[in-house]
Design a protein. Structure first.
Length: 142
């Protein structure tokens, strides 16, 4: 991956619907040359896909939190993933280094909805406790 590829990826991250011609104007290549590079980036697994980014509040998700999960013994990551995957408000889940076993990102309609989701997650065998940090405002998102 060279500097032009990096610039193409950056432009697609800003707007994945950007045309090859528009990208080419920014990186000084023709549209077909940009398409070939994008095809190669996809084939090489650099570009994994394209998605629509939605406003969570449009879906009624007003509350956001990051939650540390503490688990019994050696609860494997796959068991943690299964436990949180059935919860619709869980945006992402990660195993982490440190005291906690994992961290999840959760969205909810309000604090009552968040509390109910946390109770369901804590009822999973092997999850012993959670520590929740509610987001007040988002300062940067990339």
């Amino acid at each position: 991956m060279d500097e032009i590829d990096r610039r193409i990826v950056a432009l697609l991250r800003e707007n994945a619907r950007r045309s090859f011609r528009d990208i080419g104007n920014h990186v000084h290549l023709t549209a077909p040359a940009v398409k070939r590079r994008v095809d190669r980036l996809e084939a090489d697994g650099v570009l994994l896909g394209y998605t629509a980014i939605v406003d969570p509040q449009a879906f009624g998700w007003q509350t956001e939190a990051f939650v540390d999960l503490y688990c019994d013994g050696r609860m494997p990551g796959e068991a943690i993933r299964r436990a949180v995957a059935r919860e619709p408000g869980v945006v992402s889940a990660h195993t982490v280094a440190g005291e906690a076993s994992a961290m999840i990102h959760v969205r909810a309609t309000d604090t009552k909805d968040l509390e109910a989701a946390l109770e369901r997650i804590r009822s999973t065998e092997g999850i012993t406790r959670t520590v929740t940090e509610v987001v007040l405002s988002t300062l940067l998102r990339r």
